[in-house]
Design a protein around this ligand. Sequence first.
Ligand code: 13P
Length: 256
Amino acid sequence: MSRKPLMAGNWKMNNNIAEAVVLAQEISNQYEKDWPDKVDVVLCPPFVDIKPVRTVLEFDKTNYFVGAQDVFWEEKGAYTGEISVPMLKDCGCTFCIVGHSERRGLFGETNEEVNKKIKALLAGGIQPIVCVGESLSVRDEGTTDEFVCAQVRAAFAGLSAQEVKEAVVAYEPIWAIGTGRTATPEQAEEVCAAIRATLAEMFGEDTAEGMRILYGGSMNVGNVAGLIEQPNIDGGLVGGASLNAASFTALIEACM
Ligand code: 13P
């Protein structure tokens, strides 16, 4: 089954509203009308920038998606500081990153919480981009596939094939994030194939074949081609290189 590539930019905690609008505008300026037929593009700015970025893209009729970097699973109520799925929809989000290693590592996010967020997003019609990935010590122990596939099982526990088919998985080895040290195409492909095999065990071959699996971790113009030509890698979740319009556009073009 052929899967449409997806290139997602995770801006992390960068860009105030003015900066976000400028970057969205620069990315929008490089947009070609036939690109959305060939690749899905998602910009994931900080919460406060989502609406302004969405407005830029709508004004320019740039057919890219906007996503968030996190969400809370309850719809509303006394949850100080949190943002719900309906709030993200209201801002025009169609995607949301979940379980990024920075959230797991710095903010103690657990597999159970990731699972609740994924359920809330899928129930609310937002496509989760579910991040999994091993630390350097797990890789050195030789247990990467087991570790990552256990994260996948926990993330999608209790969901049906019908529910998960809109979800995206992003394999992001922690040792490759922001370090300039990319996984080789072979290393990334091996884990992404193991992820797809796990999805097939859980939800059947057809569902697993239709789901997109991205690679993330120091993806850049120099290494993108080798990564996305792998059979089980369907695009990228990009940090640093998504903060520059020229480099992010080059990554989009590499998916054509
Ligand atoms: P870098 O591309 O900066 O390594 O970040 C990857 C990432 O964490 C995307 O979510």
